[in-house]
Design a protein around this ligand. Structure first.
Ligand code: PEP
Length: 252
């Protein structure tokens, strides 16, 4: 039985004081919620304060990106050990906004996944097709390319530690949702890919989140899919009541 995981991607929102208001509100609202793994991913600037505030609670924290080198002259980048230093247990990689605006490729995603695993941080690896790719029947090609490219050269043991987020790009921040059937179809496809490559035990344990305009009024239908193990939430993770309600509605 896979434990549901709901992660909030705060993107480039929230100053430190706004981030503190949000995490303190979530702590209050979600006190005692133990059936779901809850993660927040604030911007780097707010991470250490959010980490202090969330310590000892049922809310874990993570980053939205990482660089794969140990350290060095890489202006503007953040190394995995800087994240472990703040108690990060998760890190999003390969988000479509990073693929689109910052030239993230399967190969850079793969480097980041490996570096995170080496440092004991769980990668939340995002995969998903654009609208024109879906419309031209390429969804499964794109998704398998993202999954296989991002996970290249990893062992089954390593794969069992990661989280995959299926995020159709056309559903991110658009208010347009994949139907629960469309989501389940791709999630099953991903799990079958993992099964073929790493075997049934590994594929049965990997958590696959859905992402794309998830709200409190659609999460129940989405999470009812057999292969859907939670959600990566953007816009609706920025408000205490909205995110807390998504968490509450995510029990399997
Ligand atoms: C995301 O940023 O990963 C996301 C799914 O955003 P939204 O929920 O706003 O569509």
């Amino acid at each position: 039985m896979r434990r549901p995981i709901i992660a909030g991607n705060w993107k480039m929102y929230k100053t430190v004081s706004e981030a503190l208001d949000l995490i303190n509100g979530l702590k209050q609202e979600l006190k005692g919620e133990t059936a779901v793994d809850i993660v927040v991913c604030p911007p780097f600037t707010a991470l250490s304060k959010v980490a202090e505030a969330a310590k000892g609670s049922n809310i874990a924290w993570g980053a939205q990106d990482v660089y794969w080198q140990e350290e060095g002259a890489f202006t503007g980048e953040v190394a995995p050990k800087m994240l472990t230093d703040l108690g990060c247990s998760f890190c999003i990689v390969g988000h479509s906004e990073r693929r689109t605006y910052f030239n993230e490729t399967n190969s850079t995603v793969n480097n980041k996944v490996k570096a995170l695993l080496k440092h004991g941080i769980v990668p939340i690896m995002c995969v998903g097709e654009r609208l024109e790719e879906r419309d031209s029947g390429k969804t499964f090609n794109v998704v398998s390319d993202h999954v296989e490219g991002g996970l290249k050269d990893l062992s089954g043991e390593e794969i069992s530690k990661i989280v995959i987020a299926y995020e159709p790009v056309w559903a991110i921040g658009t208010g347009r949702n994949a139907t629960p059937q469309q989501a389940q179809e791709v999630h099953k496809f991903i799990r079958d890919l993992l099964k073929k490559a790493y075997g049934g035990d590994v594929s049965a344990g990997v958590r696959i989140q859905y992402g794309g305009s998830v709200k409190s009024d659609n999460i129940r239908a989405i999470i009812s899919g057999e292969d859907i193990d939670g959600a990566l939430v953007g816009g609706a993770s920025l408000k205490v009541k909205d995110f807390a309600e998504i968490v509450r509605q995510s029990k399997k």
